[in-house]
Design a protein around this ligand. Sequence first.
Ligand code: GDP
Length: 426
Amino acid sequence: MSNTAIVGVNWGDEGKGRMVDLLSEDFDIVVRFQGGGNAGHTVINDKGKFALHLLPSGIFREGIINVLGNGVALDPENLWKEICETRSKGVSITPENLMISSRASLLMPWHRELDELEEARLADRKFGSTKQGIAPFYSDKYQKKTVLAGELFYPERLKSHIRGLAEWKNLTLKNVYGAKEWTEAMLDEWVDGCCERIKPFICDTTGEFLYNSQINGMRILFEAQLGSLRDIDYGIHPYTTSSNTLAAYAPIGSGCPALKIGSVIGVVKAYSTCVGEGPFVCEMFGEEADRLRREGFEYGAKTGRPRRVGPIDLVATRYGAFLQGATEIALTKLDVLSYLDKIPACVHYEIDGKTTGRFPFPAALDSAKPVIEYLDGWRCDISGARSFEELPEAARNYVLFVQRWIGVPITYVSVGPERESIIIRK
Ligand code: GDP
């Protein structure tokens, strides 16, 4: 396999982590290139069940080198917690299998606090942030008001840099939100605590390492967080995340802009889910929604929040696959639909009396209504199927129907959360 990106085509939570966990066997390096610890990948494998937030999902495989690229929001406190929790279940995490780019910016403790304060100020107009500080972090990054991980190796410079940033940030905390100020002692504790602990993993050579690995024929897997519709530039603005969730950003966010991506596996869920606020054209409500949520266990990995649910949205999915430049699709959670007699699928939107298959400008989504087609259900357990032919005809028809609408081959069909619950169609 050439360098490959595994990316979300929808709103996130498509099952990217389970796909990376499955496919990482064929790769030498797994890189996280954007986002922070605000979402979670759930991975179930021979070592147990894990909710990963920032660690790349290749961490479970021996011999794989995992990289946190410069594009991630590096939260030292939460990363250290995650390393300890994952280690406690017998997973080895050392500077030999985890490299952090010295150019990754540090998520400061005040970013999480500011996220909470702003959501509280917005009250019923809130964005539905997970309050992990991601939006304040990325805004500060682009104002150049963050600290780079590599600065931990320059203690004097670091101290005065943080002091200057705190002076500036305290103005907002105190005067805008009436919150407490960060003192030098509190920040020293943060540096001497969690920052010191992640320091051994930070290195200045991740870019060269990735470049040389490519030249030497090693295979690199890029792992994204969230999905196309949450991309800061192309998603449902302003209900996006604050970074680029697209495969095109992977080389930049990983530390080596010259990397080439050979294939892009777009992960699509067999139905729709969305966390947080914003337009969600296909949303179901009431008992119908509760049942789908229960069957798919659709509760946030990080927050436990019930996810909003609906039928597959093929208008949004086709747009999402296009944004990702998906060369193949992994369709996940097909087994969850096994309880349905008839399976709804949104094939068009109706906007101001006109039917369209084109995903519109975000403002037009407010008045969009889903045009639904129904397909026959299969009403039996499909979680044991390991080949396409083993699936009942109605399930095969559903997969082919989705493939036709997206226009990209579905090469993987996932029928359960476990590593082996997969059908490969190649
Ligand atoms: P990610 O962030 O894209 O990795 O997705 P999440 O981990 O947030 O959500 C995917 C959830 O679905 C996890 O709990 C997975 O264990 C589970 N999952 C993944 N694929 C399947 C599948 O094919 N069937 C079922 N039933 N669960 C799945």
